[in-house]
Design a protein around this ligand. Sequence first.
Ligand code: ATP
Ligand code: MG
Length: 184
Amino acid sequence: RVQFSRLRLTGFKSFVDPTDLVIADGLTGVVGPNGCGKSNLLEALRWAMGENRPTAMRGDGMEDVIFAGAASRPARNFAEVVIQLDNSDRLAPAGFNDADYLEITRRITRDVGSAYKLNGKDVRARDVQMLFADASTGAHSPALVRQGQIAELINARPKARRRILEEAAGISGLYQRRHEAELK
Ligand code: ATP
Ligand code: MG
């Protein structure tokens, strides 16, 4: 079981100043007034795990995650998010398993794009996405529930609702594989 232990943000959306969050064992609650950045925190997790759809970040383009400026603060040139994972169970990929912690860093720079690091070493987006490929932790994981998604589930037509529930149950991949087998 992979345990998130820390989340650090710099210049990501409303988190213009470096922010360091310790994620303790068990249930974590984030509370605060409307617009204080609760959803941005969840998006930061998703983004550092390799999410590349601007819509999943509530933006038009990927650079929209960079702090865009406020009344008294100029816009930033980059955004960076670091996820620290507790690796005491040694579940990391080969070559990283002597480390007690895994740090995944994603940085996006204006007009340059995204770069990823795993414990300080340059890696590809794909390497990070593979690290989280397990459905229970990935960027598309049904465990990460977007705001409004519950209402979508309630209002969905039965077929669409079934698809969401199957994805949550982790069996949607079976249909895909059966379909592929039938084509052969
Ligand atoms: P609610 O309780 O309404 O769901 P929330 O705590 O989830 O609110 P968020 O949606 O996380 O709040 O944060 C929204 C805030 O983030 C807005 O004030 C918005 O202006 C700010 N924000 C989003 N993207 C950026 C950006 N690129 N630069 C600066 N601020 C941003
Ligand atoms: Mg919100």
